[in-house]
Design a protein around this ligand. Structure first.
Ligand code: SAH
Ligand code: SF4
Length: 342
């Protein structure tokens, strides 16, 4: 982005209308521009051929129009074939996992994203462009979005909600709110804030431990918002929204996979009528954690199911290419460093 210019793709339709009003242009121009940006996806103002030349020049003076390039394209993980039970979607959905930050400041002990610290928030247009870049590279239309890439979405709340508006609106990408899932490590105040927004996006909460003792050990955020505070924010959320929320629960051997944890997790899930999505831990180079045996995973699942909880065990799709949260960045950075030092 050139310094001082706003990226035009970060603007909501109302904001575009306002800017055009300031330029003395009619309102419908905003609709034309949104169409060029989000539907036809041009990469320069000059391509907006139904706008007067003078307006195109003025827009180029006032706004930037960036496009991102894909750093690496990896066979199995650019598009995640969604498993049928996950988030209640049909199996033919084309899902992408997108990031909201470069790195992450929350430092969960098991996660590759936290390992190299936090660099910066992504702008709304950079968040949306991840979808556009993948559609361009794959030739497929994405119809399901999960905010489960790098970063803590709720720590970039303003750009996140701005991006969601663009992804969800008919004048933008037109993806239904029920096909957008935001995952948080447990920022209780922002869960309440999202509950007060009109959007009906789905919420996934990364619980990963049913007691403060376990959560404190692996997720530093729990020292700020403990399980009580987190669950009462979730209570508030479910009281305001129609859909059920999902607890994400990574299974880490010897850390959070005991029968006792399963029973307590079932209790929390019942209280909130939440679904539980169990994810066998993806090992990260340099970290000591590992996934429990298949037997142990199934056992944990059966305790939840016996307690009447809607639970699924995710069979990892990206394990082969180390595509779990933050792992791709770690690999790419390490490779670059090796190239630099070689
Ligand atoms: N910061 C948000 C969203 C990004 S992480 C959050 O924490 O929810 C998306 C999901 O991937 C989270 O549930 C996270 O705990 C999980 N995750 C992180 N590292 C993982 C790993 N190595 N194996 C499996 N899941 C992992
Ligand atoms: Fe950040 Fe989420 Fe990874 Fe925790 S699990 S370090 S919040 S990206």
């Amino acid at each position: 982005m050139r310094a001082g210019k706003i990226d035009i793709k970060s603007l909501r339709l109302e904001e575009l209308q306002e800017k055009l009003g300031e330029l003395g242009e009619p309102k419908y121009r905003a609709g034309q521009i949104a169409d060029w940006l989000h539907k036809k996806r041009v990469t320069s103002f000059d391509e907006m051929t139904d706008l007067p030349q003078s307006l195109r020049a003025e827009l180029a003076r006032q706004f930037s129009l960036d496009k991102i390039d894909i750093v690496r394209v990896l066979g199995s993980k650019v598009l995640i074939p969604a498993s049928p039970a996950l988030y209640g979607e049909k199996s033919d959905r084309r899902t992408i996992c997108i990031s909201t930050q470069v790195g992450c400041a929350y430092g969960c002990k098991f996660c590759a994203s936290g390992l190299e610290g936090f660099s910066r928030n992504l702008r709304a247009n950079e968040i949306v462009d991840q979808i556009i870049a993948v559609e361009r590279a794959s030739g497929e239309k994405i119809d399901n979005i999960v905010f489960m890439g790098m970063g803590e979405p709720f720590a970039n709340f303003e750009n996140l909600t701005r991006a969601i508006r663009i992804i969800n609106s008919p004048w933008g990408l037109g993806i239904g709110a029920r096909h957008i899932t935001v995952s948080t490590s447990g920022l209780a105040p922002q869960i309440r804030k999202l509950a007060d927004e009109p959007t009906q996006v789905r919420l996934a909460v990364s619980l990963h431990g049913a007691t403060d003792e376990v959560r404190d050990r692996i997720m530093p955020i729990n020292r700020r918002y403990n399980i009580d505070m987190l669950l009462s924010a979730c209570d508030y959320y479910t009281s305001r929204k129609k859909q059920r929320l999902t607890f994400e629960y990574i299974l880490i051997a010897g850390v959070n996979d005991s029968d006792e944890q399963a029973h307590l997790l079932a209790k929390h899930a019942r209280r909130l009528s939440a679904k539980v999505n169990l994810i066998p831990y993806n090992t990260v180079e340099g970290l000591p954690w590992s996934r429990p045996s298949r037997n142990r995973q199934e056992n944990f699942l059966s305790i939840l199911r016996a307690a009447g909880i809607a639970a699924t065990l995710r069979h990892e799709k990206g394990h082969d290419i180390e595509a779990a949260c933050g792992q791709l960045r770690l690999q790419t950075n390490r490779k670059e460093r090796r190239q630099v030092t070689a």
